[in-house]
Ligand binder design. Structure first.
Ligand SMILES: [Mg+2]
Length: 495
């Protein structure tokens, strides 16, 4: 068999090594020619503004819990410890039973917790596997943004606390209260005012952002900002991120052709709200370059840009509000920012040998199982022959065959047991390396997780931060590895 050649590396015209290191790479689900992209839009929060998750979680938890206690929840909640390392994106809250779930792409619940207690396989089976789970119904709630992770941390901790102390919990009411208190905290300034008071503490300022915008503009692309944050907050945040980044651009507004704040995504993609000019308060369907707007809609923005939908690339972090809706309601191309990729890639790199071993174990298991099934089928045939057969030389020969098959079956079963023991120990180690409660964000057991599957379906590109786009020429052709069918990859059997 021909040996696989190492992936080619060469110096790109910009002087950087290509392909970029894994953590700076942009991954592709759907082919995209950057030279055909005429406009690039950006969401702001968690896309351009990378929040420090642990700091933000603490802020959100404090504000939410104070409001819960005001509503009559026990005072001890104020002094309790909340595990901000518990939740991840892509979880599902079951408001009826008070559980937190992680599903694979087929909606099969692979992991579940009640409080911080992991449900047994039998408990999961009884609750979720005997009837089809419908995540779209009111019983369930998707956790698909980083800013809502703190709500899960509070939900699990409060359930754990109240039930340990003998209280009964109305799981649906508790979740509704947490959601409401968190929403109010986001709206009344309990969270955002504190963020604005100390931006460097809460937001990681990416020093390359100005350079990325400049590079895209120099390649002739129009840039726009499309954020649900209000205009004042947007102005403070964007000034922090971009003012003074490059001499040629004294204000963040100089980088952007169109600026849409308080945009009400996802309705921005479906409704026809007018653009309101922030200074003149004039409403129009015809946004002008360089002005700051409140509201607006995709149809009028696209007309102002002067390009067709497939010439627009939109970069966001929210699978539903940014990526899925944009994809379903328009022909915009999408890129998703997934901060979690830094950790995921680190684990893949540090445990590369274990992942290879896990693959090898799967192959060995398949081979042993095939052989086992073969011996079991043959044993059945032998036993049918033996049934009612008189003693004699022929019977002795069938007897010997039966003994041989039984021995082989025992040997193979023992092998399978050993392989399974090693496989499950290895999976535990790897899951734990990704995340002690849930394992990888993108996988659920051997399957792609429901979150991973949504990314595959809706995000044309995905990467850990927006400035990774800078690693590529503005003419780059992103190609999905899925342009090959399964039979085209790897070695060809029988050669
Ligand atoms: Mg966002």
């Amino acid at each position: 068999m021909q040996e696989r050649l190492p992936a080619p590396e060469f110096d790109s015209p910009t002087g950087s090594v290509f392909p970029p290191p894994a953590g700076r790479r942009v991954y592709c689900n759907r082919n995209l020619r950057l030279d055909q992209v005429k406009a690039v839009g950006f969401d702001m929060d968690y896309t351009l503004a990378i929040y420090r998750q642990a700091e933000m979680d603490r802020l959100c938890i404090d504000a939410t819990v104070r409001k819960l206690v005001d509503r009559g929840y026990p005072e001890e909640l104020l002094s309790m410890k909340y595990r901000t390392d518990f939740p991840i994106r892509g979880l599902l809250i079951d408001r009826k039973l008070g559980n937190v779930l992680k599903m694979d792409r087929y909606r099969y619940v692979k992991t579940a917790y009640h409080g911080f207690r992991r449900l047994t396989r039998e408990e999961r089976r009884r609750a979720y596997h005997t009837r089809r789970l419908r995540p779209g119904t009111g019983r369930y709630h998707w956790v698909d943004t980083l800013y809502s992770l703190s709500e899960v941390a509070v939900y699990a901790a409060v359930i754990e606390h109240l039930e340990t102390h003998g209280g009964s919990v109305d799981y649906g009411q508790l979740f509704a209260d947490i959601r409401e208190c968190a929403d109010i905290s986001h709206q009344d300034g309990s969270i955002l005012d504190l963020v604005l008071e100390d931006l460097p503490r809460y937001v990681d300022r990416d020093p390359d952002l100005g350079v990325l915008f400049h590079k895209l503009r120099s390649a002739g692309k129009r840039l726009f900002l499309l954020t649900n944050s209000g205009p004042e907050y947007t102005d403070a945040m964007m000034s922090y991120l971009l003012d003074d980044a490059l001499d040629e651009y004294p204000s963040w507004r100089n980088y952007l052709d169109y600026i849409c704040t308080a945009s009400q995504k996802p309705s921005f993609f479906t409704d026809k709200a007018l653009f309101t000019d922030l200074e003149t308060e004039e409403e129009s369907r015809d946004p002008t370059r360089g002005r700051v707007y409140v509201g607006g809609n995709i149809v009028d923005l696209q007309r102002a840009l002067g390009f067709t939908g497939d010439e627009v690339l939109y970069v966001g972090d929210h699978i539903y509000g940014d990526v899925l809706r944009a994809k379903k309601e328009s022909t915009w191309r999408t890129a998703m920012i997934i901060q979690e990729m830094d950790d995921e890639l680190r684990v893949l790199r540090e445990h590369a040998v274990s992942f290879e071993r896990a693959d090898a174990l799967e192959q060995m298991r398949d081979a042993v199982q095939d052989e086992l099934r073969e011996h079991q089928a043959r044993l059945k045939r032998v036993e049918r022959k033996l049934n009612g057969q008189e003693s004699g030389p022929e019977r002795a020969s069938w007897d010997a065959k039966r003994v041989r098959h039984r021995r082989s079956i025992d040997r193979l079963r023992a092998q399978l047991k050993d392989l399974d023991t090693e496989r499950s120990a290895l999976h535990d180690v790897l899951d734990d390396a990704f995340h002690p409660f849930w394992g990888s964000v993108f996988k659920a057991g051997n399957e792609v997780s429901s979150f991973g599957s949504q990314i595959e379906q809706y995000a044309g590109l995905y990467t850990s931060r927006a400035t990774n786009l800078m690693q590529y020429s503005p003419m780059h052709y992103f190609q999905s590895p899925r342009h090959r069918m399964p039979h085209e990859t790897g070695s060809v059997p029988g050669t």
